[in-house]
Write a new protein. Structure first.
Length: 661
């Protein structure tokens, strides 16, 4: 006879993943210990997110193959001859002896264990005893007259193998699984789950779902949603629905589904159950990848119907589908909330660099979305063909909010330039003019004294008075020039004669400290003061215009979903005009998307009606519409959209337009 250790080494164990992320994976081992888990250092490595790094192990001991749960996060389930045992005590590693063909469930992965040439296999007698013990443990006594049947929470793939394929209700649950895959809104997910529940379980008269992970809160708080079949009244807002807190707490704590059945003897049960006329209820945990998401409960209140153990297995399938769908919906909500936060932070960062334009992006988004909503209502004419689905509306809103994203790269000197020459530049001119006046006085005084010394003139006692008068007149002239230049610097539009006067001032000279003539204004100062419209010179306009292209470039680096993929191009084109005179690409006509045309109109309108700028007053709504009309008459803006904006959109948004003054 071979030594025991030798027989263990000669024994081969094969592991095959029947269901789960690694379905089809098969590996064989001829060793005394086989470790299983997500960590790559295990002998049998699984990708399942529900599996712990060191989840379990198989060990040959005393002629048997023993399965041990290594205090995993989600526990393990062992299935032997249709009897399941849950190993989920994280305080102590649990173990059970396996027979050939046994199945173990780790997370959502079901693994078949094949033992070949085993020295001693578990006897059928032991399995039978296990079955009896399990059945005794499955029916736990509550109050007299109650029976509680529990089953471990398992994923759909595991339970399907134990259900009768002939059960037509499976078709309802399979159809539900397919429908849930296309949903991301929590309310839509729950509505579909309720509908499937009432279809699959005709005895069900009441449905409730609670969301959360704290057993105490789940068992005491009002359910997140309740539904009743037919004419059964639902609890009012101030009325708490009748649910068994003990059942809810137990399911939350153990993460095991429970079937409650009131005994036909009608002996004493809890008052809440009697009040609700509940003869049977099922409660299942909604288990996500990392935590408990909530509980789902159905009951037969008012009908006297019962549920079976088979119903509980089906309810487990439904709960698994519901948990995955709810977790996906919550993940989607989290992503949306995170992105909304990113957009809000981006808008705040952009507008913080120019307090004068605060609120611009949000107003433009509001005006643009309102215009798009109006277009969706139009049924005749050219605009009837312009329709936007909810995803396109979301895309347009984000594009409008982020249309000035590229201004992050534009220097603050350009963004915040509220005058042709900002205050600090005007202060330099003021200081220079003060110096010019003093130099003029010094030069006149020096020339007068020199003439006296050379005998060119004879002092008559009035020479200094004449110089003082000349100095005073000169000072008044220089001061008037400076005040005029300061006014010119902030004026919205310069006439041609005003530009000519600026150039004339710039051409005037004074005698500097070195005795050489110098101009009153530098060439750069003259260039800026001669800007006919606005406050930016040509070089600054090039930098400012770059924000449109930068918006598209920066936004294109974000991995947008398919539904939002056009955000960069919509945002980056908001300064394009139908006649090709816009920027940055000079797109023309039909090549400009309807979304871009709407955004352009809204952007121009808000720029005109927003709060006063240093260089101009805010325009009234009527004046702004008049300017939009000129632009559309010049084939720069979409004439139909401008008309709709003025006649239909303005009445809806007029209270949101900043008031002049």
């Amino acid at each position: 006879m071979q030594p025991e250790s030798q027989s263990r080494i000669d024994c081969m164990i094969s592991l095959t993943v029947v269901s789960g992320p690694d379905t089809g994976l098969t590996e064989s081992f001829r060793q005394e210990r086989v470790s299983m888990g997500r960590d790559h250092r295990n002998d049998f490595v699984l990708r399942d997110g529900f599996v712990s790094n060191r989840h379990a192990e198989l060990v040959f001991e005393a002629g048997e193959v023993v399965f041990r749960d290594l205090k995993s996060r989600h526990g393990s389930t062992v299935l032997i001859d249709e009897v399941s045992m849950r190993l989920n005590d994280r305080e102590h590693a649990k173990h059970v002896s396996l027979t050939n063909g046994a199945e173990v469930q780790l997370g959502s992965s079901l693994i078949r264990v094949t033992i070949s040439a085993a020295p001693v296999l578990r006897k059928r007698k032991d399995t039978a005893n296990l079955h009896d013990d399990k059945m005794r443990g499955a029916e736990e006594s509550g109050n007299d007259g109650e029976r509680l049947i529990t089953t471990a929470h398992k994923p759909v793939q595991t339970i399907n193998q134990r259900l009768q394929s002939a059960d037509t209700r499976l078709a309802v649950l399979f159809r539900l699984a397919g429908q849930l895959n296309g949903l991301t809104a929590l309310d839509e997910v729950l509505d579909m789950i309720v509908e499937a529940t009432f279809d699959a379980f005709p005895a069900t008269n009441f449905f409730a779902v609670s969301l959360g992970s704290d057993p105490e809160v789940l068992s005491t708080q009002r359910p997140f949603m309740t539904r009743a079949r037919g004419k059964l009244p639902l609890p009012g807002e101030d009325e708490e629905p009748i649910l068994s807190t003990s059942i809810l707490r137990r399911v939350a704590e153990t993460r095991e589904s429970i079937l409650f059945v009131k005994d036909s003897l009608g002996t004493e049960v809890t008052q809440s159950i009697l009040d609700a006329k509940i003869t049977a209820c099922m409660c299942a945990p909604l288990v996500g990848q990392k935590s408990l998401l909530g509980l789902m409960q159905v009951d037969t209140r008012g009908r006297g119907s019962l549920f079976t153990r088979h119903d509980l297995e089906l309810f487990n399938i439904l709960a698994s589908n519901a948990a995955f769908a709810i977790e996906r919906a919550r993940l989607t909500e989290s992503i949306v909330e995170m992105f909304e936060g990113f957009v809000a932070a981006s808008v705040n960062a952009i507008e913080a660099r120019d307090p004068v334009t605060a609120g611009h992006s949000e107003r433009v988004a509001h005006y643009t979305v309102t215009l798009a909503e109006v277009c969706n209502e139009i049924e005749t004419g050219r605009l009837a063909d312009i329709q936007f689905d909810p995803d396109e509306m979301t895309e347009l809103r984000y594009a409008a909010l982020l249309h000035d994203f590229g201004k992050i790269a534009v220097s603050e000197d350009v963004i915040q330039k509220g005058a042709r020459l900002p205050p600090e530049k005007m202060r330099l001119i003021y200081q220079r003019f003060q110096t010019v006046k003093e130099l003029a006085y010094r030069n006149w005084l020096h020339a007068y004294l020199q003439k006296i010394e050379t005998g060119e003139v004879r002092s008559d006692g009035r020479g200094l008075a004449r110089i003082d008068t000349q100095y005073e007149n000169y000072c008044n002239e220089i001061d008037e020039i400076f005040e005029w230049l300061r006014e010119i610097s902030t004026k919205g539009f310069l006439e041609d004669n005003e530009i000519a006067q600026v150039k004339a001032v710039g051409a005037r000279t004074f005698i500097g400290v070195n005795g050489q003539p110098q101009r009153l204004l530098s060439p750069l100062e003259v260039e800026n003061l001669c800007i006919q419209k606005g406050t930016l010179n040509e070089e600054e306009w090039v930098e400012m215009r770059s924000h449109a292209a930068l918006s598209e470039s920066y936004l294109a680096q974000i991995p947008w979903s398919t539904e939002l993929k056009r955000i960069p191009c919509i945002a980056g084109a908001h300064h394009e005009k139908l006649d090709g005179s816009g920027y940055p690409k000079g797109i023309m006509g039909e090549a400009i998307l309807p979304q871009v045309r709407m955004l352009t109109i809204s952007d121009i309108f808000d720029a005109l009606t927003a709060s006063d700028r240093p260089y101009r007053k805010a325009a009234s709504i009527d004046r702004a519409l008049e300017i939009l009309g000129w632009e559309s008459d010049g084939d720069k803006l979409d004439r139909d959209l401008v008309e709709v904006f003025g006649t239909i959109v303005i009445p809806r948004i007029k209270d949101d337009v900043p008031k002049p003054g």
